[in-house]
Design a protein around this ligand. Sequence first.
Ligand code: ZN
Length: 157
Amino acid sequence: MTDIDDLYRDVILDHFRNPRNHGRVTDPQISVEGVNPFCGDQIQLTAKVQEGRILDICVEGKGCSISQSSASMMTEALKGRTLARSQELVGQFKRMMLGNASGEDLPEELEDLAALEGVKKYPVRVKCALLAWNTVLEGISEFEKNGTSVVKQHTEE
Ligand code: ZN
């Protein structure tokens, strides 16, 4: 079990130290600031959407390793996906963090996210892990409602 824990810690730290898709996309259709007041995590998420697909997605932010690595892994998982598939993937990740699904139930696109399953043991940290996912979910639903560029704010409660 220790080997697996080490491996998972390495995955989390790697994404924390070298966040993927870091920064902001130009002329985003989705721009949402996500805040987790319980830990002080903050992210700015921007995404380029065309014909129902996330062409590009970037995050920049500050906060704990769980929140920032989860955001980094999320950008890798959602980039290039349709909005519908992205919403499904968010749902699947949330089922692992909040429900009975385990890391083994995750689809291929979310493979790396199994590294965060251990966070389930710490309910306060679950908010850190979910911040980016709830933030993108809010951006997508707002975008689908408006059909135009959206700027929003999301706060974990
Ligand atoms: Zn945090």
